[in-house]
Design a protein around this ligand. Structure first.
Ligand SMILES: Cc1ncc(COP(=O)(O)O)c(C=O)c1O
Length: 416
């Protein structure tokens, strides 16, 4: 057989995943047989799911499923083309009108994934001579959007307004004639803390910067009406572009942006990830239209999510886990090393609990963690079991620090 080309040497030398599989602690690409929302089936066993972004539990809501099936029957499985050409249906436009109204913005535009949305927005708005400022903990899609653009990227320390201000001031004065974009997550997806949006808005105003807010984890979750981080802080009209994904509270797949009509129309006609990729399938569009309707009509889903969140945060803190600065349904349990995290993940699974093992570079070095996340559809008996297992294993593997254990008042209650 011919020698493989040198480019592929790295692939042949890549064996770490296999070693972890042999040790039985490889936590990725686990193939679930079934998923029912808070419960799923893996290797023939029922497990409790605390690793999903299905915050409102809408993936299994009867009305949502009905809408998806009806759209599938009416429009078929795919649009087989880009929004730009044959891939726009009236339901795409209906969804855009509804999203714009919900977000209190002039226009909205939907994309086939959230990742693609961030690539599209940054690469079409920021070009040579512009600067994009990114929080160090931003989602990969914002970082890759910067890479795809020809702009300069500057990363600031996580949620540090003083670091952002220093970066901006280092590039001020007459010599700088470009535009500034501040691209930030609303809820940081791995550690569950909330962006200092008031700080961002004030800096953006002072330095004529445009704000792109990625509210993937905040829509449906934060704010009185579920409109996300900007609503939570009462700043809906101060954020230029709000971006969201449909893969979390909206129970589907896709993404969108909402903003001024001129900005949306510009992106619509300049974004290569939108123009050269097929549009969101009709069943996904129908799912999101129904989920959006339920988010507005059934606030009790959000209330239940926060009730569950407060309980879990309070209990983990009481036990002595390190939950970082989480204030949301994303609650990390910080462990430290990768090996301990993988082992803890495996032990959780052996006890019938699925959570996500998150390691560097998704989190800073030595901050490897188990990311737990909660749903409105978790019932008390699911959460009782999760807490019981975490407490037992946390003590057994010395993840719980008894000196940290205290009956704290939970910080995870911004919306209630
Ligand atoms: C903050 C953030 N932005 C964007 C995305 C990408 O969204 P999607 O999964 O819909 O492509 C994600 C998903 O993980 C995310 O967490």
């Amino acid at each position: 057989m011919q020698e493989p080309p040198p480019l592929l040497d790295k692939c042949l030398g890549f064996t770490r995943h296999r070693e972890l599989m042999e040790e039985g602690i490889y936590p990725y690409f686990q193939p679930f047989e079934e998923s029912y929302g808070p419960v799923a089936r893996l290797d023939g066993r029922e497990i409790i799911m605390v690793g999903s972004n299905n915050y409102l539990g809408l993936t299994h809501h009867p009305k949502v499923k009905e809408a998806a099936v009806a759209a599938l029957k009416r429009f078929g499985t795919s649009c087989s083309g880009s929004r730009f050409l044959n891939g726009t249906l009236r339901v795409h436009e209906e969804l855009e009108r509804k999203l714009a109204r919900f977000m209190g913005k002039e226009s909205a535009l939907v994309f086939s994934t959230g990742f693609q949305t961030n690539l599209a927005v940054i690469s079409s708005l920021a070009g040579k001579g512009d600067i994009v400022y990114c929080d160090r903990d931003n989602h990969a899609s914002l970082i890759d959007g910067c890479r795809l653009s020809f702009a300069t990227t500057k990363k600031f320390k996580h949620n540090s307004m003083s670091d952002l201000e220093n970066l901006i001031e280092n590039h001020s004065g007459n010599h700088f004639t470009g535009g500034r974009l501040i691209a930030v997550d609303g809820i940081f997806s791995m550690v569950g803390d909330i962006l200092d949006l008031p700080g961002i808005v004030s800096l953006a105003k002072r330095h004529d910067a445009c704000i792109l807010l990625d509210d993937a984890h905040s829509l449906g979750v934060l704010g009185k009406g579920g409109r996300g981080t900007a609503e939570h802080f009462g700043l809906m009209d101060q954020v230029d572009i709000i971006m969201g994904t449909f893969s979390k509270s909206f129970a589907s797949l896709g993404g969108f942006i909402a903003g001024e009509r001129a900005v949306i129309e510009y992106i619509q006609h300049h974004s290569r990830p939108l123009i050269f990729s097929a549009s969101m399938p009709p069943a996904c569009v129908a799912t999101v239209i129904t989920a959006l309707d339920l988010i507005q009509k059934e606030p009790e889903m959000r209330e239940k999510l926060w009730k569950n969140t407060r309980r879990m945060k309070r209990e983990f803190d009481r036990m002595g886990f390190d939950t970082g600065n989480s204030e949301t349904p994303v609650i990390p349990l910080i462990i430290g090393s990768r090996e301990e995290t993988f082992l803890f993940w495996r032990k959780l699974l052996d006890h019938g609990i699925y959570a996500n093992a998150v390691t560097s570079p998704a989190v800073p070095p030595n901050m490897d963690l188990i990311r737990t996340s909660y749903m409105a559809t978790h019932e008390d008996h699911h959460l009782d079991r999760v807490l019981e297992v975490f407490e037992k294993l946390g003590r057994e593997y010395a993840i719980i620090d008894p000196s940290r254990a205290h009956p704290v008042t939970s910080r995870a209650a911004p919306d209630s």
